[in-house]
Design a protein around this ligand. Sequence first.
Ligand code: XMP
Length: 528
Amino acid sequence: MAVIPKQDPVAPVDPAVAQDTVLVLDFGSQYSQLIARRVREARVYCELVPGTISADEVRRRSPRGLIFSGGPASVYDEGAPQADPALYELDLPILGVCYGMQLLAHQLGGAVKAAVRREYGHASISIDERTGIFEHLPSEIDVWMSHGDVITAIPPGFHAAAHSMNSPYAAISGPKGRYGIQFHPEVVHTPLGREILRNFLIDVCGCAGTWEPSSFIEMAVSDIRTRVGSGKVLCALSGGVDSAVAATLVHQAIGDQLTCVFVDNGLLRRAEGERVVEVMSHQRHINLVHVDATDRFLSALADVTDPEEKRRRIGRTFIEVFDTEARRLGDIDFLAQGTLYPDVIESTSHDTHNAQKIKTHHNVGGLPEDLRFQLVEPLRYLFKDEVRQVGLALGLPEDMVWRQPFPGPGLAIRIIGAVTAERLDTLRAADWVVIDEIKRSGLYRKVWQSFAILTPISSVGVMGDNRTYANVVAIRIVESDDGMTADWAKIPYDVLATISRRIVNEVAGVNRVVYDISSKPPSTIEWE
Ligand code: XMP
């Protein structure tokens, strides 16, 4: 038996959750995930499902309403994604956004055609009907438009709810709580977008708006108990928040039936390995197997300079070590993983299938094909910030819950060139200063990542009366929402100055510090 593949995105949901669920039907917009985030922020549980979901499946999940996302297609294109026409018989409120609105109009008997001029960017609309989704809003609002098609005739029973200079139908409303909006309420450039979504969710769909990530704990715990029964569960800890929260949830559900394995690859930051052991084993009393595999990883990496080859070797070594431990423990039925909702969406959503992989990412998830486990993924419906809230509600310490993202291959891809124990020590010491100063200045949670890189360059310096020839350390601090794009952080000069001074004074073998002022794209966040 092989690892059971990830569940289908339209797998059964727990009825406790389904009570107040809204489904976001994804027609391929780059903003679909963002709509789902905004709905959750309005404290309504929602899931993103393929736009082509069947009406039967929707009925089975008994949502309170549907949101049709935008999408790149034109409704009359051959092969353009369509909603199941039977959905309209379900009597559910529907909010169609951009392509979703055009689809609604097209399928309900209206007409859509290519606009003379593509409308993109800021626009102002006048609201003709300040009820329903526009209740309590001013009569003029700023919105963000991004569309190439327009509605030329609205479906029977519908009327214009808002208009703009370019279109008599910036928003339409119809019977049964059905709305179409030409603009994007989910982006920040539509300042009142959250109100519009909230009106739809609470007033039109009748959701309570009381969902919160911690209400998820009880449900997850009971789910895990039902699924696992008296089985044994294994969980790989990486030092990151996702695996820590997943393990803690599973432990809350089944106690000693869980064993965690922490493979210390020797590529973590200073004190991180110790912290995992202290929190998970000593504070939480979780069965923990701590494998110090530093030497094994270092010999696998000996003389390797190619970044992808480093990743491959680290991934392979991890699998070998984990595999040995799992077999030694024997008698394991389930593997718990900290898979998050964006990963689930990423692996199932049609529009991301072709997304180009820039780097091969090896996390603790890469496991041997023949390990006989079924997967337990308690976080598979949560976004990162929700996982953090769950972690806090479970009593995990703040430093663990708020840890900045850290790549699976760790410091190995922040040492440019060959990785040695000595260079790791140098980088760890410099990196410690960066984190310490960024925390001290209150910036740690404001930036996406802050770290040091050990460059392969040596430079001339002068210390006291002596000439030095020593390592150059680079500092990378970036702001980002999701790691896909990033901007270098405009850190106050005095913070940079302190970091630089401390590194040169405290870290042996470093005589120069430079700050990376490149954005992503074209640069990546990591240097390798
Ligand atoms: P890049 O360097 O591609 O990084 O701009 C984007 C985000 O991904 C992280 N990253 C990795 N994470 N394994 C990981 O688990 C990897 O091999 C890897 N490479 C980059 C990086 O830290 C940033 O947050």
